[in-house]
Design a protein around this ligand. Structure first.
Ligand code: ADP
Ligand code: MG
Length: 267
């Protein structure tokens, strides 16, 4: 159902039916000084699904995320969101259109409390710009929603803890809450379980499963058991290109995928 149909005519914007491509790329390419990190990628992310991007290190997954979120302009190709061409829009615009990402690299302010992070993100209206006036009176308006979000990611009892004091798994949960503060239609998660122990991995899987309701999730993930439990569709990238796409079970047993992983010594 999530085969790469060419998604031309969902010009209605909000009205995309479940299963329809909410976000898609067409011949998407990114060159760095002649080297193609992403090359001719056609991706169709069906609305309401979790779509995993996997592949050996250097396959172009993070670069593809940078392209999808406007952090990098493509060298060629097109990106559509609900039928609208968003190619080349800057990150703030893409975020406002409902695409939010949680970062692979931590971006928290150690001295600020978990609650303050969320209030500030809610006030900024985008998880990106944290350049704003600090007004406690204004921020108080967001405290209810901030608490809801903390509760959603299992941090209700850490609201007043400085972010720097949180253990690793909880820092990542806070980052996820910051992305959720935008109430995104499309949530991009770059290796949400990277560096986690088993217990935190399980917690994160449960968490992603909880917050997926009403959203579409694009997930870069190395841990194949995480991919297996969460993803509806898996796209395998290799050297910037789509190698194979399908359900987890199809992809996992595909000889080309086995070869790609063994050959590159990845994951
Ligand atoms: P992945 O996330 O799948 O491990 P990346 O998207 O980070 O892969 O990188 C894909 C390829 O592009 C790698 O070979 C990497 O070295 C290269 N690359 C990524 N960013 C840049 C950059 N800013 N300049 C030059 N090369 C880059
Ligand atoms: Mg990466």
């Amino acid at each position: 159902m999530t085969r790469k149909t060419s998604t031309t005519s969902t010009a209605s914007g909000d009205g995309a039916a479940p299963g329809h491509a909410l976000m898609s790329t067409h011949g998407l390419t990114k060159e760095f000084g002649g080297f193609r990190a992403v090359e001719g990628v056609d991706l169709a992310v069906a609305e309401g699904t979790i779509h995993a991007l996997v592949g050996p290190n250097g396959a172009g997954k993070t670069t593809l995320f940078h392209l999808l979120t406007g952090f990098l302009p493509p060298s060629a190709g097109r990106i559509e969101l609900a039928g609208r061409d968003i190619t080349g829009l800057p990150p703030e615009r893409v975020a406002r259109l409902g695409v939010a990402r949680s970062f692979q690299v931590t971006s928290l302010f150690p001295a600020e409390t978990a609650r303050a992070h969320l209030e500030l993100a809610l006030q900024a209206g985008t998880g990106l710009g944290r350049r704003f006036w600090r007004s406690d009176r204004l921020l108080a308006r967001f405290s209810g929603r901030a608490r809801e979000l903390l509760d959603q990611v299992g941090l209700a009892d850490r609201a007043e803890s400085p972010a720097g004091s949180l253990p690793y798994g909880q820092k990542r949960a806070l980052e996820l809450a910051l992305a959720l503060a935008l109430d995104p239609r499309v949530l991009l998660l770059d290796e949400p379980t990277a560096g986690m122990g088993l217990e935190d991995v399980d917690r994160t899987v449960a968490l992603v499963d909880r917050v997926r309701a009403g959203r579409t999730v694009v997930l870069v993930e190395h841990n194949m058991s995480v991919v297996g439990s969460l993803a509806d569709t898996v796209t395998v990238l290799q050297r910037g290109r789509v190698l194979v796409e399908g359900t987890y079970d199809t992809v996992r047993s595909d000889p080309r995928v086995v070869e790609a992983y063994l050959g590159a010594g990845g994951a």
